[in-house]
Design a protein around this ligand. Structure first.
Ligand code: XMP
Length: 514
């Protein structure tokens, strides 16, 4: 790392990546590293500041994660957050105890020392987010208290001479109203960062790191055409060019023209110098799905068949050294969560593969959030229509056709969906919606067209507002837009005589219909 940076040391808290992200929002590079590898990484990279994260343990218990004491001797400013604050107090000779009153959620913090660099320009009374049962009852020698709450005598402490700062609350969450100001005070006023880091620096250093890692080796990327795998593929291609092979499986369940769009970007006529393999296996998937109506069974068939095709193609290519995946940070969080009920078996290219012969997995976007991935995509010059794409599920239109999937039904839903997306974009609504698409209900109903009776399918239109896709509200699409889309679909898409709008939120519905 040649640019200025902050190293976030992970002690098991929930918001660790969020801290790094908030620092990157300040245009200072930040990354998260486990406390077990922190010293080594810090000596190697010499960051400008260190942040200790929160964590679920009690510092006074044996076996609780602890920072290497050498970190305090490096002359690098440190900010401890929650567990990180308590650990700093404990390690440097203060006292941490179980609090009589735990603090959870919004809490009023009183700033005691307006001259503190960390509290610069922070309101005397400000709302911050607390989540702790232990508290610092005595600060270490050389430290002073700079903020408190009604129940917590040490909401913030510091040793200005050594540049050690600590806050009991979580400045990284948006509920801490002046949290970003506090992080910015640490990064700029304490650590002296300039804030000149940009996503192109991330691109540059990633390319360098990939080149170093891959050397003369070969890499294989399962490309879905979605934002994450596309950005990962382009980043890899810039780094290692023809040493990369992208395999794109067109399983006949993509949106209208999507296969050709992906090929135009990554194929031989596109701007990138990669080996691109498009596998056209539409009929193979339709055959496999023939007569199958149960949603979970459909998902499993599509997921498994995808892996089979990918393996066959990988075998043709021969042994590769690296498998590239477009995993991004929210995927890491989701897969890291404990056991919860399976609502749907998700399948995406990130779930690949047990049997492909490779040495190691490369996940260049692993620490980024979706909007950061889009920024990287723009830096890399990927066309906007690919970069700003809404999420599309791994099983594709297979789960947007209720009941049996046939080629005819795929065509119908592709056409209806293309019209819907076109009109939503024309109305300027596309950027504001979480996800929107057309699905084919398996329902047929009677209609009348040109004095003739029809007995055709009903299309369901869905649009949701959501921030995390875990919960969602049905979006209120203006009636004129719905009415225009309906009119076009029934007139232009053969086999459809009725259009319905799905008003269900999630829960109780899910975003996709299956
Ligand atoms: P649901 O329908 O579960 O969808 O409310 C939540 C989000 O996940 C997407 N989704 C998937 N994505 N593989 C994926 O990569 C899948 O199998 C899958 N199923 C649903 C869905 O489009 C929505 O964004």
């Amino acid at each position: 790392m040649k640019h200025q940076s902050i190293m976030v040391i992970d002690f098991g808290g929930q918001y660790n990546q969020l801290i790094a992200r908030r620092v990157r929002d300040l245009k200072v590079y930040a990354e998260v590293v486990s406390y077990t590898k922190a010293l080594e990484k810090i000596e190697e990279n010499r960051p400008d500041g260190i942040i200790f994260t929160g964590g679920p343990n009690s510092v006074y218990k044996e076996d609780s994660p602890a920072a290497d004491m050498k970190l305090y001797d490096l002359g690098i400013p440190i900010l401890g957050i929650c567990y990180g604050a308590q650990m700093m107090a404990h390690q440097l000779g203060g006292t941490v105890e179980t609090a009589k009153v735990s603090e959870y959620g919004r809490t009023m913090v009183h700033v005691k020392d307006a001259a503190s660099l960390l509290m610069h320009d922070v309101s005397e009374n400000n709302i911050a987010w607390m989540s702790h049962t232990d508290y610092i009852s005595k600060v270490p020698e050389g430290f002073k208290v700079t903020a408190s709450t009604d129940n917590c005598p040490v909401a913030a402490m510091e040793n200005e001479d050594k540049c050690f700062y600590a806050v009991q609350f979580h400045p990284e969450v948006t509920h801490s109203v002046e949290g970003q100001k506090i992080l910015s005070n640490f990064v700029f006023r304490v650590c002296g960062c300039l804030g000149d880091w940009k996503m192109d620096s991330f691109v540059e250093s990633s390319i360098e790191a990939i080149r170093e890692k891959v050397g003369n080796g070969r890499a294989l990327c399962a490309l879905s055409g979605g934002v994450d795998s596309s950005v990962a593929a382009v980043l890899m291609s810039k780094a290692i060019g023809k040493q990369l092979t992208c395999v794109f499986v067109d399983q006949g369940l993509l949106r209208k023209d999507e296969g050709d769009e992906v090929e135009a970007v990554f194929g031989p006529d596109g701007p990138y110098d990669v080996n691109f393999v498009r596998v056209n296996v539409q009929q193979r998937f339709y055959d496999k799905l023939k007569g199958v109506t149960e949603p979970e069974q459909k998902r499993k068939i599509i997921g498994e068949e995808f892996i089979r095709v990918f393996e066959e193609e990988a075998k043709k290519i021969g042994a590769v050294d690296y498998l590239v995946q477009g995993t991004i940070y929210p995927d890491v969080i989701e897969s890291g969560l404990g056991k919860s009920a399976t609502i749907k078996s998700h399948h995406n290219v990130g779930g690949l593969p047990d049997h492909v012969d490779f040495k190691e997995i490369i996940e260049p976007l692993r620490m980024l959030f979706k909007d950061e991935v889009r920024q990287v995509g723009r830096e890399l010059g990927i066309p906007e229509y690919l970069v700003s794409r809404q999420p599309f599920p791994g099983p594709g239109l297979g789960i947007r056709i209720i009941g049996e999937v046939t080629e005819e039904k795929v065509k119908i839903v592709q056409e209806a969906d293309a019209i819907y997306r076109e009109e939503i974009a024309k109305a300027g609504l596309d950027k504001g919606l979480g996800q929107y698409f057309a699905a084919l209900t398996n329902m047929r109903s009677v209609g009348v067209m040109g004095d003739f009776r029809t007995y055709d399918y009903a299309i369901a239109l869905r649009a949701v507002n959501t921030s995390d896709f875990m919960t969602a509200d049905a979006a209120q699409i203006p009636w004129e837009v719905l009415s225009k889309v309906t009119n076009r679909i029934v007139n232009e898409v053969k086999g459809v005589n009725r259009v319905l709008y799905d008003c269900t939120s999630k829960p109780p519905g899910t975003i996709e219909l299956e």
